[in-house]
Design a protein around this ligand. Structure first.
Ligand code: ZN
Length: 286
């Protein structure tokens, strides 16, 4: 057996997918974008949403998603439940139960928050970090990243299936889209603008804007410490936490709103269970 087929076999076994399941069709809008060719095609927010939605569904299926009665899901709903309407997107929220410290939002308005992040942030800090992710959607960064990725993927696909028009994206492409959505590399300018979005969101809705500085200080500190492995992903896609904390502080000072942030306890009520199994949501101490 060659390496390629071994890898493919392992991939299919891992995801338990048959070939039929692996073909996912997109709506006409996304297909329209494909058929217009590889350069200069218009790629709308709806196209990006159509492309990201099945990738998010796939990730939801592969991750441990907190159910509606899970304390993490309840906390997230309490903090964000009222914020679902965006300019051209509707937000939906889920928690992935994992120690990783991360969060991402996709072009279709799906916001995914890792429980590891919720363990280290209080509610205001969560709003700052997640608000930043929503900022990328709001500012069309997610759409643009999706467009760039799609152009890259469409090129590969076109070479393979010149004759039979691109009518579906394969499961492996979907996986690529998924990991690209988590690890989206944005420009420094896009990052600053997403931070600003989070700041303005907090200001507008009456939250303590100083939580933004605090959130980035936490991330900066974690990246130096023993927990760094848990935040590698977030750090790699969002560098310069200390710098961003400084910028957040400067913004608050300029608005006359600065005062050192007093962290509130991150309250995620433990599940009341009759079983003996303990949840392992506590942080690792070394
Ligand atoms: Zn970002």
């Amino acid at each position: 057996m060659n390496t390629k087929s071994l890898l493919l076999g392992a991939f299919l076994m891992f995801f338990g997918l048959s070939k039929a399941q692996a073909q996912i069709n997109f709506g006409e809008r996304a297909l329209g974008a494909v058929q217009k060719g590889m350069t200069g095609f218009t790629f709308t927010d709806a196209d990006a949403a159509a492309l990201s939605k099945p990738a998010v569904d796939k990730m939801d299926a592969e991750n441990k998603v907190a159910g509606p009665t899970d304390p993490y899901a309840i906390r997230l709903a309490k903090v964000f439940g009222k914020y679902t309407k965006g300019e051209f997107y509707t937000l939906n929220y889920k928690v992935y139960l994992t120690k990783d410290v991360n969060a991402f939002a996709t072009a279709d308005g799906s916001v995914r928050v890792f429980s590891g992040l919720m363990d280290v942030m209080d509610d205001n800090e969560l709003i700052a970090v997640i608000g930043h992710e929503i900022g990328h959607v709001n500012n069309h960064d997610s759409r643009d990243a999706m467009k760039a990725l799609y152009q890259k993927e469409a090129l590969i696909d076109a070479a393979a299936s010149q004759s039979n028009k691109v009518a579906a994206v394969t499961d492996s492409q979907l996986a690529k889209i998924g990991s690209a959505m988590i690890d989206s590399k944005y420009s420094r300018k896009q990052e600053s603008e997403a931070d600003l979005f989070a700041y303005e969101f907090m200001k507008k809705n009456g939250y303590d804007v100083n939580a933004e500085e605090s959130a980035f200080r936490i991330l900066a500190k974690m990246s130096e410490g023993a927990q760094s492995s848990f935040i590698d992903q977030m750090m790699s896609s969002h560098p310069d936490s200390s710098l961003r904390a400084d910028e957040a502080k400067a913004r608050a000072e300029k608005d006359g709103l600065y005062k050192p942030y007093v962290k509130k306890p991150a309250v995620t009520t433990p599940v009341k269970k009759t079983t003996t199994k303990k949840k392992t949501t506590t942080k690792k101490k070394k």
